[in-house]
Design a protein around this ligand. Structure first.
Ligand SMILES: [Zn+2]
Length: 349
């Protein structure tokens, strides 16, 4: 199994707006606000901010995102998928093809797509990464804190939201379309993990539990770990109800740093909803914005990782729908991104 030789590719950003259907992460949020004027002042972070830590690589028409620091490990394969380059036909409103058929790299089984298409897309994605011979292990994700240890590939997908292994030839994968995919690697013990962190998983500290499993199984030391947080819905777009904020505030002392209130421009106190007021005198509940990557980055630091070893993509799935999939924006007909990590049986430098 040789590492792929690819070339860098470029994407144009897009931020067109469509009404949302339901919430992929299970939050009880209201539908997306339709008044762009209220949001126009909000700054969307530029993907170029961390461009030097990441590489966009294309091979046979499939573009992948990788972290340069992880690419330096010759025994490791990893990658985050993107939207274009597949065989799945996505009809309807998208960022790049309104009411047209768009060929996309959907890597998750969905009602709107055929199993054959997904398997072909997965084959192309793995081949593009140089992981064509790996056994892909994907999970039946359900926003839990369940972590699996794999020594071999199971016959049927397990229910869970994180997996760890130190066995070569296994490709751990998580599917996302707004949630945070997190890949972990222990260079010293040669062990890896893949974690799916939506707001429910983040609330349950799933990434910390995955690290705990690596400590138990492989004697991993968190200070050795490298972490890659892939494209996810950003704090610019991820609107949640205040009950979500309350749940985080009850469990994390620094949770207020991960939220930003939905502002209309006329509130005197941007954190008014945090104020302690007697019953019956609270201001009306407002929705807030949650930065899931910031929350998970904080958990990684709490677990003992060095800040310099945490690599978080700036790409927002909702802002960049020409490049990524967003369930929040596209609803049930959204595709799925796949993030994978594995250990080569035989490696070349
Ligand atoms: Zn955004």
């Amino acid at each position: 199994m040789l590492r792929p030789i690819g070339r860098q590719c470029q994407f144009k950003s897009s931020a067109s707006v469509f009404p949302s259907g339901c919430d992929y992460t299970g939050s009880s949020v209201a539908p997306e606000k339709t008044s762009p004027g209220k949001r126009s002042f909000r700054k969307h972070r530029s993907p170029a901010a961390s461009a030097n830590a990441w590489t966009q690589r294309t091979s046979d028409g499939v573009c992948t995102l990788q972290v340069n620091a992880l690419n330096k490990l010759p025994w490791l394969v990893h990658g985050f998928s993107t939207r274009p380059g597949g065989v799945s036909a996505l009809v309807g409103r998208s960022a790049v093809a309104q009411e047209k058929v768009e060929q996309v790299l959907n890597l998750g089984f969905a009602e709107w797509d055929s199993r054959e298409n997904v398997l072909e897309n997965r084959r192309r994605f793995q081949f593009a990464l140089g992981a064509g011979e790996f056994a892909l292990i994907s999970l039946k994700q359900f926003h839990s804190d369940v972590v699996h240890v794999f020594e071999t590939a199971p016959a049927d997908p397990c229910r869970g939201d994180a997996s760890v292994t130190n066995q070569p030839g296994l490709l751990l994968g998580v599917q996302t379309a707004d949630c945070v995919p997190i890949l972990l690697v222990d260079p010293r013990r040669r062990a890896v993990a893949a974690v799916h962190a939506g707001w429910r998983g983040t609330l349950q500290r799933i990434v910390i539990k995955a690290i705990g499993k690596m400590q138990m199984e492989f004697a991993t030391k968190p200070v050795d770990l490298l972490a890659a947080l892939g494209p996810a819905i950003g704090g610019c777009c991820y609107e949640v109800g205040t009950e979500v904020a309350s749940a985080f505030l009850a469990r994390f002392p620094n949770a207020a740093e991960w939220f930003d209130e939905l502002r209309t421009g006329d509130e005197p106190d941007p954190l008014q909803w945090l104020s302690m007021m007697p019953p019956g005198h609270q201001p009306p509940a407002k929705n807030v914005y949650l930065d899931l990557r910031k929350a998970n980055r904080a958990q990684l630091l709490d677990a003992g990782l060095h800040a310099k070893n945490i690599f978080a993509s700036d790409l927002c799935t909702a802002c960049h729908r020409d490049l990524l999939f967003s369930y929040r924006k596209e609803g049930a007909r959204s595709g799925r991104l796949l993030s994978v990590i594995g250990i080569y049986t035989i490696f070349v430098k």
